[in-house]
Design a protein around this ligand. Structure first.
Ligand SMILES: Cc1cc2nc3c(=O)[nH]c(=O)nc-3n(C[C@H](O)[C@H](O)[C@H](O)COP(=O)(O)OP(=O)(O)OC[C@H]3O[C@@H](n4cnc5c(N)ncnc54)[C@H](O)[C@@H]3O)c2cc1C
Length: 305
C-alpha cells in the first residue's frame, strides 16, 4: 500500500496536476470530495449543505500557479464566486491559497492579487480565509495576511494555523494579539521532523493546546477537524469555561464525516463545510487519500466499476 509520504510526494507533482485535469473519467471517483468543476456545481452543493444547516467556504482548486496570467485568472474566478454568493443568497464565505495568487512567483504580486479579493469580499460584507500551505511558505503567508489584516477588519480576512508545526503555538499567540480570526487544523503537507511533530499524539496534544488558546481569546475561530477526540475536547472545554455554542464554529471538508457534520449542526453548533471545486483537483484529492489509506480502496473499487 502506498504510504502517506509517497501519496504526498505524488500530490506535489505539478505535471500530474495538468494531466489529471484532462481526464473526466476521474469525475466519478473525485465526486465524493470535490463538488464539481464549475461555480454553479459548487453553488448547488452549498445549497444542499445550507438546507442541512451547514454554512460553507468556497475553494477554487488551483494551487502552485506558475504564470502571472494564471494568477489573474484566479482573482477573476474569486470575484465571480463572491458575486455568485450574493446573487444566489447562499451562506458561504471563501478560502484562498496564496500559491494560487502567485506566491511561487512573487510575494508582492501575491499580496496585490489577494488584496483585490479581500477588498471585494469586505465591500460585500463577506469573509476571506487565507489557507495555510507547506512550511516553506508559512512565514510569507503570515506576513501577507498581517498586511491584509492591517488594512481590513477582523471579519474581512482570517488565517489558518497547523498543529503539526512546532512554531504554531507561538504563531497563534502572536496572531491573537492583532486580533485575528484563525482556523485551526492539524496540517496536510509532508513536513520534516525539523519543523513538525512526527508523532500523531504530539500533533493532537498541540491541537488541544492551541484550541484552548483560541476559544479562551473571545474571538470567533474555526475548529477544523473530523477527529471526534478533538471535537469532544473542544465541546468539553467550551462547556467548562462557559463559552457559548455560537462563539466558534466547527469546520469539516466536503464529503468527509457528513454524519458528524449534520449531528453537530443539529446539536446547535455552527458547522462550516469547505467546498472545493474546479478542474485542478489532483493535489487536493491526493492529500485526502494520504489522510486515510482506506480511501485508496474506495478509489480502486470505483476504477474497476
Ligand atoms: C475545513 C478544513 C480546512 C482545512 N484547511 C487546511 C489548511 O489550510 N491547511 C492545511 O494544511 N490543512 C488544512 N486542512 C486539512 C487538515 O490539516 C487535515 O489534514 C485533515 O483535516 C485531517 O485531519 P483531522 O483533523 O480530520 O484528523 P485525522 O486524525 O487525520 O483524522 C481523524 C478522523 O477523521 C476522518 N478523516 C480524516 N481525514 C479523512 C479523509 N481524508 N477521508 C475520510 N475520513 C477522514 C477519519 O475518520 C479519521 O480517523 C483543513 C481541514 C478542514 C476540515
Amino acid at each position: 500500500m502506498l504510504s502517506r509520504t509517497a501519496l504526498l510526494y505524488l500530490a506535489r507533482q505539478e505535471k500530474l496536476k495538468d494531466v489529471a485535469a484532462r481526464f473526466s473519467t476521474f469525475r466519478k471517483i473525485t465526486a465524493r470530495f470535490i463538488a464539481g468543476e464549475t461555480i454553479d456545481e459548487a453553488v448547488a452543493a452549498i445549497k444542499d449543505l445550507n438546507a442541512r444547516r451547514c454554512s460553507a467556504s468556497f475553494d477554487h482548486l488551483n494551487e502552485s500557479v506558475s504564470s502571472v496570467a494564471e494568477t489573474e485568472g484566479e482573482v477573476r474566478e474569486y470575484l465571480n464566486v463572491l458575486a455568485k454568493i450574493d446573487e444566489s443568497g447562499i451562506n458561504s464565505n471563501v478560502s484562498i491559497k496564496l500559491t494560487q495568487f502567485g506566491l511561487d512567483i512573487d510575494p508582492e504580486l501575491t499580496y496585490r492579487n489577494a488584496r483585490k479579493v479581500v477588498e471585494d469580499g469586505a465591500r460585500r460584507g463577506n469573509f476571506v480565509r487565507v489557507d495555510m500551505e507547506g512550511s516553506a511558505v508559512t512565514q510569507l503567508t503570515i506576513d501577507i495576511f498581517k498586511r491584509l489584516r492591517s488594512e481590513f477588519g477582523l471579519n474581512d480576512v482570517g488565517i489558518v494555523v497547523q498543529s503539526y508545526l512546532y512554531r504554531t503555538e507561538e504563531d497563534a499567540r502572536e496572531l491573537l494579539k492583532i486580533p485575528a480570526r484563525i482556523r485551526l487544523c492539524k496540517g496536510a503537507y509532508d513536513e520534516p521532523a525539523a519543523v513538525a511533530y512526527p508523532d500523531k499524539k504530539d500533533v493532537d496534544d498541540n491541537y488541544v493546546r492551541v484550541m484552548k488558546l483560541l476559544l479562551a481569546s473571545g474571538t470567533y475561530h474555526g475548529i477544523a477537524t473530523h477527529d471526534p477526540k478533538m471535537i469532544d475536547a473542544t465541546i468539553d472545554f467550551a462547556q467548562k469555561e462557559g463559552i457559548g455554542q455560537k462563539a466558534f464554529e466547527f469546520q469539516m471538508l466536503y464529503g468527509i464525516r457528513r454524519d458528524l457534520q449534520e449531528q453537530l449542526a443539529r446539536d446547535g453548533y455552527n458547522m462550516r463545510v469547505y467546498v472545493p471545486y474546479g478542474k485542478h483537483w489532483y493535489p487536493y484529492f491526493m492529500r485526502r487519500l494520504a489522510e486515510r489509506p482506506a480511501n485508496i480502496w474506495f478509489v480502486m473499487k470505483n476504477l474497476w466499476k
